[in-house]
Design a protein around this ligand. Structure first.
Ligand SMILES: [Zn+2]
Length: 291
């Protein structure tokens, strides 16, 4: 359940992809530095962070709940299986029904022996321009878990690819697209590509804000302007997807406040109205999570 206020829809308070990526920077679990930044967000009106870390990605529920407690920010937890490169071994061994059961357990009983329950399914992903057999099994398992629990779904597209295929998959499998977020679409950098998914009824997420080495923020702003003109801004969500120690302020990174301090002023200069900004930061997350 979200609290009234701003929501970052796609973050990882802790994440550990360091072994697969062979890069220690990809183990993000720095307690006091994260609390410091989350407190700063709280002062700016942020009340919720949706943490989409799931099986095999370094979930640490007591750590995250302690960050929530100390910062005052409500942190929503997730369940699911990320993307083939990072799957734990059971994803290959088990049936889709067994994988669905694991997610349902996280949602109805609690995650990793805690009584903290997952409130969203994701991030579940496809590879770069490729949807592997096991990734398809995960998506099928997610459909089962979604239909059983009615929890919303949030996806990962690798560099924005296969968004249309994900939308088509959910449609074919009878999932109401107003319960689905297609993630990382800003990395596609293509307005028409994104607008197609919006017209189909899905939510889309501009959740790599500030990662200008992948996509300039001005491109994100210009696409949002087009979406606003078409009256589709109600289906857009935002976040930064901070996943590395070097993304935080203490290591000279942009830090979480960048979205509010730098990106929002850029949107204002680019013709995005205050009403639209309020929608992407505050209203749309609440509508989406309510279902
Ligand atoms: Zn992510």
């Amino acid at each position: 359940m979200l609290k009234p206020g701003i929501t970052y829809m796609h973050e990882h308070t802790t994440i550990d992809l360091s072994e697969v990526k062979n890069n220690e920077d990809c183990q993000l679990d720095v307690f006091s530095e994260t609390v410091r930044e989350y407190k700063k967000l709280y002062e700016k009106g942020v009340r919720n962070i949706v943490d989409v870390t799931n099986f095999g990605m370094g979930r640490n529920i007591p750590f995250v709940q302690k960050v929530a407690e100390e910062s005052g920010i409500n942190i929503i937890h997730a369940t699911g299986f990320y993307q083939e490169t990072f799957y734990p071994i059971q994803v290959f061994r088990e049936s889709r029904e067994e994988l669905a059961e694991r997610m349902i357990n996280d949602i109805t009983v609690g995650i990793k022996g805690t009584d903290v329950k997952a409130e969203i399914i994701g991030e579940i992903g496809t590879s770069h321009n490729k949807w592997t057999e096991t990734e398809r099994k995960v998506f099928e398992a997610v459909v089962i878990a979604h239909k059983e629990t009615n929890k919303p779904i949030t996806t990962h597209t690798t560099l924005g690819t296969l968004g249309h295929e994900q939308v088509a998959f959910f449609k074919e499998n009878g999932v109401d697209l107003s319960r689905v977020i297609i993630g990382h679409v800003d990395l596609a950098g293509d307005a028409d590509y994104i607008i197609h998914m919006l017209k189909e009824g899905a939510y889309v997420e501009f959740d790599t804000i500030g990662k200008e080495n992948y996509m300039p923020d001005q491109v994100r702003a210009d696409i949002l302007k087009k979406i606003q003109e078409l009256g589709l801004i109600d289906q857009v969500l935002v976040s930064m997807d901070i996943t590395r120690k070097s993304h935080l302020e203490y290591q000279g990174g942009l830090g979480y406040a960048y979205l509010l301090d730098t990106f929002i002023p850029l949107l204002e200069r680019s013709g995005i109205t205050d009403e639209s900004i309020d929608k992407v930061l505050v209203k749309n997350p609440i509508t989406f999570m309510k279902g």
